[in-house]
Design a protein around this ligand. Structure first.
Ligand SMILES: NC(=O)c1ccc[n+]([C@@H]2O[C@H](COP(=O)([O-])OP(=O)(O)OC[C@H]3O[C@@H](n4cnc5c(N)ncnc54)[C@H](OP(=O)(O)O)[C@@H]3O)[C@@H](O)[C@H]2O)c1
Length: 346
């Protein structure tokens, strides 16, 4: 059994890690931290997991520093995770950091999007970007992985086949997002009477997660815009990208490109061209699973393309990719604990 500590266990991503690990079988949760809830049972925050963790109590971050373990998941806000990552590595633990601290490898890009004073470059250099579909070989045996931005993941899984083929001339993407992206702490705009039934544009052109798409798709910022819109969902992201292709293509060639790129990928799936109501992925078809769905339609002119993806932000966009990375880092089957079917209709 691989002994696991979860830092930030009262949060939404931490709770989702607890849920996934309860059914994993090869990893055992030995400690879960909270500053505010130390000493209280896990189920007071995650009541749906009471039968899985009937006796376990949150411990303080100080206590967690001395816990014997093999791997730590850090589900902490950005800025607070990298010092913990450093200390865990010094104690010989492998680390998967779900925060944004270690995702961007270029120092200037990191400073531009997250400000100065973040993780030291040596630590970032040691981290593998934690999207297994793009970094499987580097993750195998690594001791440090970053997490992924959920919106970035909706973009990256949908666009990497086109990026690798050099076909992305310009991308105008919109992510329609659920409220759980904002974490467990209520905010003014996120308070239920105002957030529920919202259809609100949060960001017109730029969002921090764009930086991960620039890095992973090897794009320059002038060719990508990302609009973020809050919609009536708790979980889930639907990403729709209007793309100008670098050259004219045929739809049959796009099918080939995507089928080749997704071949053997357990969690990436294409939606069918027909019937038309299933052509573009609905987040409801992935909720509760680590799956990503991708669908597309090519304009008659062969240059304009719409690509749509859907993921569960808390799973493929956070805890699921983190667990997939941890499985690879510890030599386990990357699907372990993640072979989950979506709950539909929900
Ligand atoms: N929500 C998503 O869809 C999503 C997707 C991808 C990645 N992520 C990333 O995953 C991380 C966690 O996100 P979340 O949505 O789960 O956030 P969250 O619900 O706000 O949870 C944050 C957790 O961190 C703890 N915490 C806060 N500040 C801390 C500090 N200074 N030191 C130690 N612990 C601290 C909190 O518990 P206590 O206050 O009890 O200590 C809580 O358990 C973030 O970095 C986020 O960017 C989230």
């Amino acid at each position: 059994m691989i002994r696991v500590v979860i830092w930030g266990g009262t949060g939404l991503a931490g709770g989702e890690l607890l849920r996934l690990l309860a059914g994993h079988g090869g990893m055992e949760v030995v400690a879960v931290t909270s500053r505010r809830r130390a000493g209280q049972p896990l189920w007071t925050v995650h009541p749906h997991l009471r039968p899985d963790y009937p006796e376990m109590l949150f411990i303080s971050p100080d206590e967690a520093e001395a816990v014997e373990a093999d791997l730590a998941f850090l589900a902490l806000p950005h800025g607070s995770a990298f010092p913990v990552a450093s200390r865990c590595l010094d104690r010989g633990l492998k680390v998967v950091d779900l925060s944004a601290d270690l995702r961007l490898h270029d120092g200037a890009l990191r400073a531009a999007w997250y400000g100065a004073g973040g993780a030291p470059q040596e630590l970032v250099d040691r981290a593998v970007y934690g999207l297994p579909e793009l970094h499987r070989d580097e993750l195998a045996g690594a001791d440090l992985a970053s997490g992924v931005g959920c919106n970035a993941t909706a973009l990256n899984v949908a666009l990497f086949p086109l990026a690798r083929a050099g076909l992305l001339e310009e991308v105008r993407a919109e992510c329609r997002v659920g409220s759980s992206e904002g974490g467990a702490t209520p905010s003014e705009g996120g308070h239920h009477p105002f957030r529920s039934r919202a259809l609100r544009v949060i960001e017109p052109f730029r969002h921090r997660h764009m930086a991960e798409a620039l890095q992973e798709l090897n794009l320059d910022a002038a060719r990508l815009t990302l609009t973020m819109t809050a919609v009536e969902l708790v979980r889930g992201i639907q990403m729709a990208a209007q793309i100008r292709l670098a050259e004219k293509v045929r739809e049959a060639d796009l099918w080939k490109l995507y089928r080749r790129a997704f071949d053997g990928e357990f969690f990436l799936h294409l939606t069918p061209a027909r019937p038309s109501h299933l052509r573009f992925p609905d987040p409801r078809l992935v909720l509760g699973s680590n799956r990503a769905l991708v669908g597309f339609a090519l304009h008659d002119d062969g240059r304009r393309l719409l690509v749509v993806s859907a993921i569960d932000n808390l799973i493929k966009g956070a805890a699921g990719s983190a667990l997939q990375s941890a499985n690879l880092m510890t030599g386990l089957d990357e699907r372990r604990g993640l072979d989950l079917r979506p709950c539909y209709p929900a």
